[in-house]
Each structure stands twice: as structure tokens, then as C-alpha cells.
Design a protein around this ligand. Structure first.
Ligand code: ADP
Length: 404
């Protein structure tokens, strides 16, 4: 089977083409359409033999973008399939499943309607996600579409964990509660951690997964099921992030609005786009830039990095309590997988919980592989595990559509 995984943002469309054969999988091509609906749109495509090409040209909307993806995948020079009919199914990353979806589903008309009703829970991501499903249905009428939700893996949370302490009717009337995001990543790395530990004779039941990237979240996973996670109704809650504030006193919102004359939407936009390590440092949302600035003596960059690490540590501590201890802590995402220094900042302060960190192993952790960075005698494993959200989406799509 050949499966095209699609991850649509408001002005971008990431794609990856998988082939599943005899129980194994291979990535045939991948790329990203950038600046959809803006000046200077282009497709960055990596196809046959890993050769990279950039295809410039106007791209007005997600249907246009998908046409360009199909053109790249079937191009006679750098394409990898002979026609769009070679694609057996599409797998879509969908931000919000609300309480309607606790697992991946085929995008039937009925499911699509349910998703449309949840647009207000993810007004930035849901419209492009669903526009991409519409485009596939228009351009490849007979090919099935699977929806894989960012929220689904967290649907096992208990009410005590997911309710907000606000009038109950807001939950029943407006579905206001914690949902959590990055579910495909937490699911993948917690699964990989269990496999890894079983191979070395352990039987882990309590895992804390830290997905640290531009967006960051943590999950507490017990016996393969999420019992708590840091993001909320939207991805704004929880950890401090590249540009998101994460947790703060909700009264700050009114205070900012009154002091600056901004309206509610503008204030929330500041908390989403201009806060986090960018807002505190005034330097960048990129942790590589921040590290470089901190090393040159920039105090606000140092402060932002210190705050980020402190908040991750606090969440890990609270999930130790939620899980009654932990068997493993997992780091993933762009920062979790690559930033030796950030892992060290976070982990050095955790020895009180019985976490024994090994600086040498941390330094020599190989990119793209599972690495153990705890000291040999640490009861709690600390693992760095590369995430692969696209593979999870492709596998789910395969399972929903194989033989259909
Ligand atoms: P997204 O949430 O967009 O998927 P990623 O998981 O790709 O984001 O993470 C992006 C973040 O990872 C950026 O802040 C970037 O600075 C950070 N990052 C990537 N490589 C490194 C590195 N070698 N050292 C420190 N940070 C890194």
C-alpha cells in the first residue's frame, strides 16, 4: 500500500509518502508546500534518491497546494509514483477530535460533519486541516481519507484531570475542558520506550514523555494510557514554549488588555505568538539562537532558558506525583532530541526524585537513535527517543484502510 500523510497548517502543507510492503515500511518522498495564499509560494520536495528540488509558483489555497504535491510525486524526473491512482489512502493530521473521537477514523461524510462542528475548538488549525481533506476528496474521489487526531491519545484522562475548576455548565454546554495535543508523538515515544525497556528485561508501567519543540507538552502515561498532560483546551496551556506563554494567572489577560489597550483576541495572540522564550528573551524562539546569545552573555536569553528548564522540571515532578513514581522519563521533539544542554539543565535538578543523570551519556547520545542517558545505577531510565508522528499517521491509515 502507498499512503500519503498530510499535515496542513494555515499557510503550509507538509507531506510524506510511505510504502507498506511485507510488514515493512519505506518513505518514498517527502516535502513541504510553503507560503500557501501568500507571495513567494513554493514546494520543497525530496524525492527519488533523496534529491531535493524547489518548485516555485503561485499557490492560492490547499487544493492548489495538493495539485502541486501530486505533480511533484508524479514528475518524470524526480517523482516516485506514476499516477495519483497509485496512492491507496490519505492520512490526515487533524488537530482536534474533541470528545467525538478517541481514536483515528475514516473521514466519512458524517465524521467530516462532526469535525466541522469542532472548528471553534481549533480555529487556527482546523480550517486548513479540513480544507486539505476537502481537497483530497475533490482531486482523488475514490481514495479513502483517514483522520488521526492530535487529541485522541489523551482521551483516556480521568475527569479529575481534565476538568477545569469553572462552572460545570461550561463543560456540558461548550465542551470547555483539557484535551491535550501532540498525542501521536506521546503515543509513539511511550510505545517505543516500553518496547526498549521490555527488551532489557524491564516492565515499565509509568512513563513521563516530554515533547519539547516549538510547541512543547508533557504527558503522564500509565500502562500505555495517558492520565494527564500539560496542554489544555488549546495548545496554549502548560509549558513555556517558543512563542507561547504556557501557564499563567488568567487575570494577566485582562491586565494586559487594560494596560495596552488591546482587545481580547489581540491579547491572546500575544500569548500565542509573542510570548514564551521569544517574549522573555527578545532574541528568538529558536533554542539554538538562545543558547548562542546566552553564551555571549545575554541575560534575558539565559533567563528564558532557565525558566523553560525550571518549568519542565516542575511538570516532571508533578507527574511523578500523579503516577506515584516513574519508570522512565522520555525526551523527544526538536529540543528534546537535540539539545544536550537543555536536557542537562532539566535533569540536573531532578536528583531528589531518584533520577540519576549521566552527563557523558547525554553528550554522546546519537541523533536519530534511542539513547539511554541515565547513570548505570539509576532506577529510573532517562531515554532520548526520536519521534515520528508521520509514521504513526501512516500506520493508523494503513490499519483503517488495508483490504478495503
Ligand atoms: P515543531 O514543534 O515545529 O515540530 P520541532 O520539534 O522541530 O518543532 O522543534 C523545533 C525546536 O527545536 C526549535 O526551537 C529549535 O531551536 C530546536 N532545535 C533543533 N535542533 C536543535 C539543537 N541542535 N539544539 C538546540 N535546539 C534545537
Amino acid at each position: 500500500m502507498t499512503i500519503l500523510v498530510l499535515n496542513a497548517g494555515s499557510s503550509s502543507l507538509k507531506y510524506q509518502l510511505f510504502r507498506f510492503e511485507n510488514g515493512a515500511h519505506a518513505v518514498l518522498a517527502k516535502g513541504v508546500v510553503e507560503r500557501i495564499g501568500l507571495n513567494g509560494s513554493f514546494v520543497g520536495h525530496k524525492g527519488k534518491d533523496g534529491a531535493e528540488v524547489r518548485i516555485d509558483g503561485a499557490i492560492a489555497n490547499h487544493t492548489d497546494a495538493l495539485k502541486k504535491v501530486f505533480a511533484a510525486l508524479t514528475d518524470k524526473d524526480y517523482g516516485v509514483i506514476s499516477g495519483v491512482s497509485d496512492i491507496s489512502a490519505f492520512g490526515h493530521r487533524i488537530l482536534h477530535g474533541a470528545e467525538d473521537f478517541n481514536a483515528s477514523v475514516l473521514m466519512t461524510e458524517e465524521n467530516l460533519q462532526k469535525c466541522r462542528k469542532n472548528i471553534d475548538l481549533g480555529p487556527l488549525h482546523m480550517p486548513p486541516n479540513l480544507a486539505c481533506v476537502d481537497a483530497c476528496r475533490e482531486l482523488a474521489r475514490d481514495t479513502p481519507n483517514a483522520a488521526v487526531f492530535d487529541t485522541a491519545f489523551h482521551s483516556t484522562m480521568d475527569k479529575t484531570a481534565f476538568m477545569y475548576a469553572i462552572p460545570y455548565e461550561y463543560y456540558t454546554d461548550y465542551k470547555i475542558r483539557k484535551y491535550g495535543f501532540h498525542g501521536t508523538s506521546h503515543r509513539y515515544v511511550s510505545g517505543e520506550a516500553i518496547k526498549y525497556m521490555e527488551k532489557i528485561g524491564k516492565n515499565p508501567s509509568r512513563i513521563i514523555t516530554c515533547h519539547l519543540g516549538n510547541g512543547s507538552s508533557i504527558a503522564a502515561v500509565k500502562d500505555g494510557k495517558v492520565i494527564d498532560t500539560s496542554m489544555g483546551l488549546t495548545p496554549l496551556e502548560g509549558l513555556m514554549m517558543g512563542t507561547r506563554s504556557g501557564d499563567l494567572d488568567p487575570a494577566v489577560i485582562e491586565f494586559i488588555a487594560v494596560k495596552t489597550g488591546k482587545n481580547l483576541a489581540e491579547t491572546i495572540n500575544i500569548l500565542n505568538k509573542k510570548s514564551g522564550v521569544l517574549g522573555v528573551s527578545g532574541v528568538s524562539s529558536d533554542f539554538r539562537d538562545l543558547s548562542a546569545a546566552a553564551e555571549e552573555g545575554n541575560e534575558r536569553a539565559e533567563l528564558a532558558l532557565g525558566m523553560f528548564a525550571y518549568r519542565v522540571k516542575k511538570y516532571i515532578g508533578s507527574y511523578f506525583a500523579a503516577l506515584n513514581g516513574a519508570d522512565a522519563i522520555v525526551f523527544t521533539g526538536g529540543i528534546g532530541e537535540n539539545s544536550v544542554k537543555m536536557r542537562e539543565r532539566i535533569l540536573k535538578g531532578l536528583c531528589g526524585l531518584g533520577v540519576k543523570f549521566c552527563a557523558e551519556r547525554n553528550l554522546s547520545a546519537k541523533r536519530g537513535e534511542i539513547s539511554e542517558i541515565n547513570a548505570a545505577d539509576s532506577e529510573i531510565k532517562i531515554l532520548v527517543i526520536p519521534t515520528d508522528e508521520e509514521l504513526v499517521i501512516a500506520r493508523e491509515t494503513f490499519e483503517l484502510t488495508a483490504g478495503k
